[in-house]
Ligand binder design. Sequence first.
Ligand code: MEV
Length: 449
Amino acid sequence: VSRKQIAGQLPEGFRKLAPGQRKAAWETLFLLDDDERAAAAAGPGAFELADLMVEAAVGVVPLPLGLASGFVIDGENLDLPLAVEEPSVVAAAGYAAHIIAKGGGFFTEADEPLMESYVYLEGVDDEGLARIRTSEEAVRAALTAVQSSLERRGGGFRSMKAERLPETGLVAVELSIDVRDAMGANILNTAAETAKPLLEAASGGSALMCILSNASPARRARARFSLPLEVLGAYARGCTGMEAARRMALAWALADEDPRRAVTHNKGIMNGVAALAQATMNDTRAVEAAAHAWAARTGRVRPLSRFELREGALHGSIELPLALGTVGGSVDLHPASRAALRLLGNPDSSRLARIASALGLAQNFAAVLALVCGGIQQGHMRLHAARLAYRAGASGPATREAAGLMARSGVYTLDAARQALAQLETASAIPVGRKPTEASTTGQEGVQV
Ligand code: MEV
């Protein structure tokens, strides 16, 4: 079957195949050459898990896992596992960690893992709302019955609040629950559904829906660092430490003033946070949704972090909600996330949130420092060059060597990559590449910087 014939459609009957047949058909029809099969076919163990984790599984997407080394967080040396497709993320995190360690590292804290779940009721009059407000103990008793193991671990139902929403007239009943080391979605949704019949009976209304809120504003983590200006100056390209700190503080003020910059400032933070969430098989969408909602809590998107110049030092700080689990879901099911958590010393959820907040701040520090002292594109393109060399057919050490040649010329295009490879081949008189395929050489052509 040719690539053109099958592009964009599954053959008839594909969906009805048994899992193993589905995987084999996928690999035969859509992974076209040895390169693609070697890089993208799922091994038997990985496929068995994938088939457990999602419906209609055909394989896995093997995202790179990198280790950002050199973090000092609350006095502990840590290497952080990051799963991410963007080239500069791991390098930037490690670079920032290394610099910030010279100022004593990060200091962090986290709130109790309190999250909220909601029962939204319609048809509730004011007497019904008053009766809901006297039902807290009945709800507590009903939840104790389904949360005994959570209560044994120190978590469980904490409080209940009810309010009428002015536009729809719906009554929102908020259940606040300590979810301990879980991300919490299952606990929270089960709690709301357990409380629903009781709340309907008490209020005379009927439930529209029962669902957690991913906002998780009570489950926040914070990190901070201080960096003497002479340390900063040693790493700021073309800037003194004082000038770099002044520019970084101004970059914070810019992000605080202009939401268009705040979005990108926060995206840089989430580069790290989401990569750690991904490496530990946490719900990255929940973490992103909560962070951006928190950033916009005043009605305008503002930076999650802050940089200040005072007392001869640059001070960085960050605060954001982080619903990260260390048990439940895929987190302790998948061997890859179990290994990632092992590297982190098997933290509880609050420690993982603290680590993630420090990582987000590190990522942000590296990005903002590069942006205000020299720009980021030179460094990014150097990393991009290796991908262009790979697309051009390089493999092994030749990929990095070709990238080095491209960096020296400052031209980052597929043609430049081909020329660099030819140059290496002439110099070494041996082939330095894979055979590039049609599939691997299509795509972005690159740019000149
Ligand atoms: C790129 O992934 C992230 C940055 O754009 C973040 C920032 O602008 O602060 C470099």
